[in-house]
Design a binder for this molecule. Sequence first.
Ligand SMILES: [Zn+2]
Length: 354
Amino acid sequence: MKTVTRKSATITPLLPTSTAGSLPKPSWLAEPEALWSPWKLDGQALIDGKHDALRVSLHEQQQAGIDIVSDGEQTRQHFVTTFIEHLTGVDFENRKTVKIRDRYDASVPTVVSAVSRPKSVFVEDAKLLRQQTDQPIKWALPGPMTMIDTLYDDHYHSREKLAWEFAKILNQEAKELEAAGVDIIQFDEPAFNVFFDDVNEWGIACLERAIEGLKCETAVHICYGYGIKANTDWKKTLGSEWRQYEQAFPKLQKSNIDIISLECHNSHVPIELLELIRGKKVMVGAIDVATNTIETPEEVANTLREALKYVDADKLYPCTNCGMAPLSRDVARAKLSALSAGAAIIRQELTLTT
Ligand SMILES: [Zn+2]
């Protein structure tokens, strides 16, 4: 990781911990324990409030001993929608009902003309985070396939064409984030667990277009979603073995993506599927975001121990299964501490055996 060259930068330890993305917002900023929660402030007070929340979120990650920190997505209402709101070509007044990820109906905006990014979306926020810490920082962006899945396309009339346009826009944003000092840029692609043919025909190619020319590390996060009812109901239909990763992993293993972030703890993903991405760095989800039960450090350690059968120790990044925005702050804090404590157990074991 490039951070070792930065002045007074923290040298990344073995098994660096991180989160998949979002963390709960303070209740003075937005309604807690909800997705798409409306802001409670406006104007300059909202801008200041988001920045203060970013600082608090960073502090909480640091208190919990998280090694690769993020903004906790404090400045965005939703991981996909907020990015799209900054683009031209999408009409948020003109809404249509579509089925998101083949799972639940949602009223979504319409693509009415060519999409473009008139100015950067998160770069100022990333600069603020960079100023606050010398630790490695990770920034999440939505992936092209997940973006098209939250829109009605009345212009391109082609999922592939629209995804390709978004990939070009994401690449512009990613290059500016890299210049702002972001160490890892992550693309969230839960849609990779649903549209298998599209993933292999053009989804991974679009992802590689989004990371083209980047020198920082890149990650793709593929999960079974937030712990909301539509997702937990869907999971009940997936049977005793969740083999969705089997579809995208072989091609991802050959791709230019550096890190693959996935869901493990409490999921029904057969751990041996990790063999399919041998050689990649893996952010292993050792924290379940769909329950308020706090993992014990030993439970976290057990998940990491299982993953170590398929991932070399220097490529294992302990992480959460998904974002934690819908959880209470107390629960999220306790889960982050459990993640750190579980990683510490395995670090100790690895030190003793080498
Ligand atoms: Zn996720």
